[in-house]
Write a protein that binds this ligand. Structure first.
Ligand code: IMP
Ligand code: MG
Length: 182
């Protein structure tokens, strides 16, 4: 897929599902909640690249207690907009999680495969605690039993783009979440 004009870029943006303002308010509230629950021991926000980088940047700034960030890359193989069921850790986390309260930061939970694998892997390394915060949850599409501790928005079975989420690497730069149209 290659987009080479503004009109072609825009024609796939069907409608805004969640506005920048709605996202901002939900992220601020989530940051406040994490700050209020802090027990004085180190927090590590683990961003699953690439989709969660925008959410991580805003969530991190909505937290007003000490916290660190770490990055991991996982690839779920996609055939167009359909997951084909394989998850691979392509870049591991640099930190030793045993010293941290780990908060996995994800853009969207779809089939649940990516997070279920990442969660098992990080849990096996003995963190102080571990939980998942996701910007979006698409529960209708779940294929493995996985429930994030916190989902900012629950959405129906639609393919969405923006605020870090892509289609063929495009649209991560939209400041809102939109429905993608073929
Ligand atoms: P899962 O392993 O099926 O839960 O898929 C998780 C990953 O698939 C997410 O981290 C996204 O990268 C991608 N994904 C799932 N649904 C969407 C969507 O609607 N838009 C963009 N990416 C998606
Ligand atoms: Mg992702």
């Amino acid at each position: 897929m290659e987009i080479s004009s503004v009109s072609e870029f825009e024609k796939h943006i069907s409608r805004v599902l969640i506005s920048a303002k709605q996202i901002e308010e939900a992220v601020k509230a989530a940051g406040r909640e994490i700050s209020e629950q802090w027990d004085g021991r180190p927090i590590l926000l683990v961003s699953i690249l690439k989709g969660s980088f925008v959410f991580l940047a805003d969530l991190n700034r909505a937290i007003n207690v000490p916290c660190e960030v770490g990055f991991m890359a996982a690839k779920s193989y996609y055939d167009g907009t359909e997951s084909v069921g394989e998850v691979k850790i392509t870049m591991d986390l640099a930190q030793d999680v045993s010293k941290y309260h780990v908060i996995i930061v994800e853009d969207i939970v779809d089939t649940g495969r990516t997070l279920s694998d990442v969660y098992k892997l990080l849990s096996s390394r003995g963190p102080l605690s571990i939980k998942v915060i996701t910007l979006l949850d698409k529960p209708e599409r779940r294929l493995v039993d996985f429930k994030p501790e916190k989902a900012l928005f629950t959405i129906p079975d639609l393919f969405v783009i923006g605020y870090g989420l892509d289609l063929g690497e495009y649209y991560r730069n939209l400041p809102y979440i939109a429905e993608y149209k073929e």
